[in-house]
Design a binder for this molecule. Structure first.
Ligand code: DGJ
Length: 550
């Protein structure tokens, strides 16, 4: 009796310990309208940088770590190459992963790993040689003329099995060597999946599937989520009478848009099974990334069927184990694309972005304006000045502000500030608490005549970061502004009320989370009390107290 009871107790204790350990694994958690990444149970903001495609081998990367540290990164987004970890079927070699883990830990960094498995930017270029060569066992997609593409078919059960087994082995290895440290905090499955130059596969197997009925799982999702479907998908389904039975063309209408839905479904089903195999070993948060659409491009002209906003529901229905869809933003309308990827509560992480001079302000905007849990310019080891200097300065600022940003994400008390396009009205009006903050962006550092330098003699002005930043309502009449080249004024939201004046404007920084005073701003620096200004040319933090008068 005693033995039986203690046996049950021991099992229970083991179970509790296991649950606790799982709770300490990196995971995502909702806070208001935001989703945050927790590491060891604590919220974390990724100041990332993605390595160039061929920079993920430890020996090559080693000299770059000091540069990555100087940029104030806390996370490196690094590729894992299927062909290098499984050179022969079933024989795994994790030396590159172990090297990355050792070096990342030695430099106090986390890792996001990119599984360059069956597809990398549509193509199957990272599949091991034993996969590439065996096109009978691992069939390729075909175009409508019957030509094979170097894209292995998502309908290939052999490919799925091989890819998923390799991914599972990787996750099993990570659990063994990294669970205690949580160096790896997030995993991307494949890379920029998509069909191109046509919106779907035309191989005999794909043709057969395309003329079958839309799978019941997808229809059930459409029925259950009708009210929240992405408008493009809902419209095409509703226009055909919300059919619950029928072929793809019958349910969604004939054309490239439907071809793309078909493609997205099969890619998502494939990825779901890879994710599920990996999570069964080690349940890290997992995502897929998307190549975005150039203006005016139609399905087939961009990698089609990838995890794009208009296909969010297809991906959610097909791949419930995928935690988020992530945008690779290489376009200048950054805000527009970032926002599209927050549709329907999709958590925002930007694994790739231009490493241009805009990166320094785009990152600040993303975490404050769109509640992103991370931002990561691409080819980070190759970033050069002035973009590198600007990014380092803004990541330093972000590191100081992280606790405050995390506290305010998803709560409606914070806004990102970024000029977007010539069409945008200036000043931008941001409603926060009882106030409207009027925000104007400065183009470049004005040459200070007051300093006695006539414009002609001043020569070429030094490169300065583009304007951008964030504002947080830290109290009923208090704000924190951070960033560069911004001028702000304040007014009460209720019209006809008292006027608003500046009580104090303080410049400072956070040291170990504690505010440290540098100077009071007044006189010329606040235009004699008329406005608050984040000077162009550098990144600063200001604490502003307001008062009201009649
Ligand atoms: C997007 C891809 O996801 C990256 O791996 C890389 O190829 C960049 N494009 C461009 O260099």
């Amino acid at each position: 009796m005693f033995t039986k009871t203690s046996g049950v107790l021991a099992t229970l204790l083991l179970l509790i310990a296991q649950l606790r350990a799982d709770d300490m694994l990196p995971r995502l958690r909702r806070q208001g309208s935001a989703t945050q990444l927790l590491i060891h149970g604590q919220p974390f903001l990724i100041r990332g940088g993605e390595l160039g495609n061929s920079s993920g081998e430890p020996d090559y990367l080693r000299p770059f770590w000091p540069k990555l540290q100087a940029l104030h990164l806390n996370t490196v987004v690094a590729p894992v190459y299927w062909d290098s970890i499984e050179p022969a079927e079933g024989k795994f070699d994790f030396a590159t992963i172990d090297g990355l883990l050792t070096d990342a830990r030695a430099h106090d960094m986390h890792l996001v790993l990119l599984w360059f498995g069956l597809w990398k930017n549509s193509m199957s270029s990272y599949a091991p040689a034993w996969v590439k060569r065996d096109f009978q066992r691992f069939p390729r997609c075909q175009d409508s003329a019957g030509n094979p593409l170097e894209i292995i078919s998502p309908l290939s059960t052999e490919a799925l099995h091989a890819d998923a087994q390799a991914f599972r082995a990787l996750l099993q290895h990570l659990r063994t060597v990294d669970q205690k440290d949580s160096t790896v905090v997030l995993v991307q499955i494949e890379n920029e999946i998509g069909m191109i130059p046509e919106a779907r596969d035309h191989s005999p197997e794909a043709e057969k599937r395309f003329h079958e009925d839309v799978p019941g799982d997808l229809i059930a999702y459409l029925v259950k989520n009708t009210d929240t479907l992405a408008p493009e998908l809902r419209d095409s389904w509703v226009a055909r009478g919300k059919k619950t039975v029928g072929t793809w063309n019958e349910v969604f209408g004939e054309g490239p848009a439907t071809d793309e839905i078909f493609t997205a479904w099969h890619f998502s089903r494939y990825v779901e099974q890879v994710a599920a195999q990996g999570k069964a070993e080690y349940p890290l948060p997992m995502y897929v990334n998307a190549a975005l659409i150039r203006p005016g491009h139609k399905p087939g002209q961009y990698p089609s069927g990838g995890p794009l906003p208009h296909l969010l529901d297809i991906w959610r229905a097909g791949a419930p184990d995928i935690d988020l869809l992530a945008p690779d933003i290489y376009f200048t309308n950054f805000v527009e694309w970032a926002r599209k990827f927050t549709r329907n509560g999709n958590p925002l992480f930007i694994p790739e972005a231009m490493r241009s001079t805009d990166a320094c302000v785009n990152g600040l905007y993303a975490v404050a304006g769109e509640n992103a849990f991370g931002f990561s310019p691409f080819g980070i080891e190759s970033i050069v000045d002035p973009a590198a200097r600007f990014l380092g300065e803004s990541y330093d600022l972000l590191a100081q502000l992280t606790p405050l940003i995390l506290e305010n994400q998803g709560r409606g008390t914070m806004a990102g500030l970024l000029p977007e396009g010539l069409e945008q009205r200036q000043p931008q009006q941001v409603a926060l608490g009882g106030y409207t903050v009027n925000v104007a962006f400065e183009k470049s550092a004005p040459i200070e005549l007051a300093d006695g330098i006539p414009p002609a003699a001043a020569g070429t002005p030094p490169a300065v970061p583009p304007p951008g930043g964030l504002v947080i309502a830290t109290g009923p009449d208090e704000f924190l502004l951070a960033g560069t080249a911004i001028v702000a004024t304040f007014q009460l939201r209720t019209p006809g009320g008292p006027q608003v004046g500046l009580l104090s404007v303080e410049e400072g920084h956070f040291v170990d989370g504690k505010w440290t005073h540098l100077r009071w701003l007044n006189g010329d620096q606040t235009h004699q009390g008329r406005h608050v200004r984040l000077e162009p040319g550098r990144f600063t933090i200001l604490r502003v107290k307001l008062y009201q008068y009649r």
